[in-house]
Design a protein around this ligand. Structure first.
Ligand code: NDP
Length: 327
């Protein structure tokens, strides 16, 4: 079985040489363990932070060790009756073709509900991030205007669609004309390419909620456009993840005072209690065709580093995944 290890801590944008492919012999599962053959492994923006040797809400990856992350696979050998052979599971032993698990962190996946890959996207962590961040933290009211950046990504595309479902006007920004066209298909009221358009100009009519996936200049423009008692949902700041030094913050922070704004960060893993409600709502929205999703799939574990680098460069429409085995 093959796995990807961290060979060096990236400086700035990760390079292929920061990763290495290794062949390993997997141990036989012991009592209470299962052998999982992965079908899809996830690459996610937060993994960039774990590649630095810095303390954060998840510990750093170790050099020379296999990277870990979200994955979905099938149990092929089981020594635990809770996880029968043939069943599908989501887990966190990604960046490898197969793994032996002691059962910790395993979640059942129902292949009849939706393609199993969605357990890493619209029905998984990114979907829950959108749901909790928008509904619990942003709390948009019907008729309000919601602006989301990174809008054609895994989280952003779901944020915009839930906001539409809740009767909001929705503005989305993304990095290419193809992405903008998809957002228009999804029913966004306004979608624009932040590389071409002036974000401040696009927001000049005002917004009530800003769902921030990117930080930087877009956050500053959104603070300028927020109406009195507006909310910023601080979800991510991908424009800063490769920076060696923290960049200066928005110059207009004093507007939080003058406009009585609320800005609140959150980490999705603190909100597992919302997973059942999320799964039930999102399952229904998908069945009813009220939420759509896209995936960008890179083939082969050997290409996981390229998929991750591509994610940071905007190569993905919707969720970025690596296919490492049959589904
Ligand atoms: P995406 O699917 O949105 O992929 C990342 C996207 O970021 C790229 O496609 C690219 O799209 C965009 N991007 C890259 N560089 C820049 C830049 N300099 N400026 C603006 N956009 C950029 O990833 P996810 O949906 O998985 O994650 C979105 C955000 O949510 C990230 O910030 C992530 O860290 C955060 N997150 C936070 C969680 C939490 O618990 N708080 C949980 C999960 C995710 P484009 O072509 O548009 O530039």
């Amino acid at each position: 079985s093959r796995e990807i290890r961290l060979a060096a801590r990236p400086v700035g944008m990760p390079q292929p040489s920061d990763f290495e492919l290794a062949e390993v012999e997997l141990p036989e599962p012991r009592d209470g363990e299962v052998l999982i053959r992965n079908a899809f492994v996830s690459v996610d923006p937060y993994m960039r932070g774990r590649m630095n040797d810095a303390k954060s809400y998840v510990p750093p990856f170790a050099l020379g060790e296999p990277l870990t992350g979200g994955a979905v696979g099938q149990v092929v050998v089981s020594r635990d009756p809770r996880w029968p052979e043939g069943s599908w599971v989501a887990h966190s032993l990604g960046w490898r073709e197969a793994a032996v698990s002691d059962g910790s962190g395993l979640l059942p996946v129902d292949p009849a509900l939706a393609p199993v890959s969605t357990a890493l996207g619209v029905l998984g962590m990114p979907g829950l991030t959108a749901y909790v961040g928008l509904l619990d933290i942003g709390r948009p009211q019907e008729g309000e205007t919601v602006f989301v950046s990174g809008a054609a990504g895994a989280v952003g595309s779901v944020v915009g669609q839930i906001a539409k479902l809740k009767g909001c006007r929705v503005i989305g920004s993304a990095g290419s004309p193809q992405k903008v066209a998809w957002l228009e298909d999804l029913g966004f009221d306004v979608a624009f390419d932040y590389r071409e358009a002036d974000t401040r100009e696009m927001l000049r009519e005002g917004i009530d909620v800003y769902f921030d996936n990117v930080g930087g200049a877009t956050l500053e423009a959104a603070i300028g456009a927020l109406r009195v008692r507006g909310r910023v949902v601080a979800c991510g700041a991908i424009s800063q993840y490769n920076a060696g030094e923290p960049a200066p913050g928005p110059r207009n922070m004093f507007m939080l005072v003058t406009k009585r704004l609320r800005m609140q960060g959150f980490i999705v893993s603190d909100h597992d209690d919302r997973f059942p409600a999320f799964l039930s709502d999102m399952g229904e929205w998908l069945r009813d065709g009220r939420v759509h999703y896209r995936e960008t799939i890179v083939e082969g574990i050997e290409n996981a580093p390229a998929a991750f680098i591509g994610l940071l460069q905007g190569d993905n429409v919707g969720k970025m995944l690596v296919r490492v085995g049959p589904a």
